[in-house]
Design a protein around this ligand. Structure first.
Ligand code: MN
Length: 202
């Protein structure tokens, strides 16, 4: 089964002005579509073709650059569209709020540390909120299209929130002002989605 570019479930202009429609359109229909097609080409006719994307990433041969870059790109963007879905966005609450308070001190401290991880990632990459076995939360970041599910990236657990800090995610609207994009992203997180992901893991 080939992987498919997911539908967003909302329009390209639904996140404006925080993320503009043109950025969303190019990011989804060009960048994510490209990762999807290249992943499919890289696994076609190999034993990976029958696996889930999670299984592909967790058992990845990190020297397989095509699957590393495009499998990461496929998975990472699927998560990104989900966690900024503007429908029924909710508020940070319940068990996830408790876990964030325990791990980072407060929601505000979490936001500062997450924004710092996103802001200090040199070049292209991602910042993550991950859940480890037992429910412990961690903030970390990875370069390029690496992902915490991959072995040995120095960032583990299962990601439940991810921000893309490649310039293609923000440059049209924010140019070099990555911190402004990160701040805007933090204001459009769909906490209902993130909380459901957390609750499924603990
Ligand atoms: Mn991207």
């Amino acid at each position: 089964m080939a992987f498919e570019l997911p539908e967003l479930g909302y329009s390209y202009d639904a996140l404006a002005p925080n993320i503009d429609a043109k950025t969303m359109e190019i990011h989804h229909s060009k960048h994510h579509n490209g990762y999807t097609n290249k992943l499919n080409a890289a696994i076609e006719g190999t034993p990976l073709a029958d696996k889930s994307i999670e299984d592909i990433l967790t058992s990845l041969d990190m020297t397989n650059g095509a699957v590393r870059n495009n499998g990461g790109g496929y998975y990472n963007h699927c998560l990104y569209w989900e966690v900024i879905n503007p429908n029924d966005r909710g508020r940070l609450s319940g068990a996830l709020l408790d876990a964030i308070n325990n791990a980072f001190g407060s929601k505000e401290d979490f936001e500062k540390q997450f924004a710092a991880a996103a802001g200090t990632r040199f070049g292209s990459g991602w910042a993550w909120l991950c859940v480890h076995d037992g429910g412990k939360l961690e903030i970390c970041s990875t370069p390029n299209q690496d992902n915490p599910l991959m072995p040995g990236v120095g960032c583990g657990g299962t990601p439940i929130l991810g921000i893309d800090v490649w310039e293609h995610a923000y440059y049209l609207n924010y140019q070099n002002k990555r911190p402004d994009y990160v701040k805007a992203f933090m204001s459009i997180i769909n906490w209902n989605v993130v909380e459901k992901k957390y609750e499924a893991l603990v």
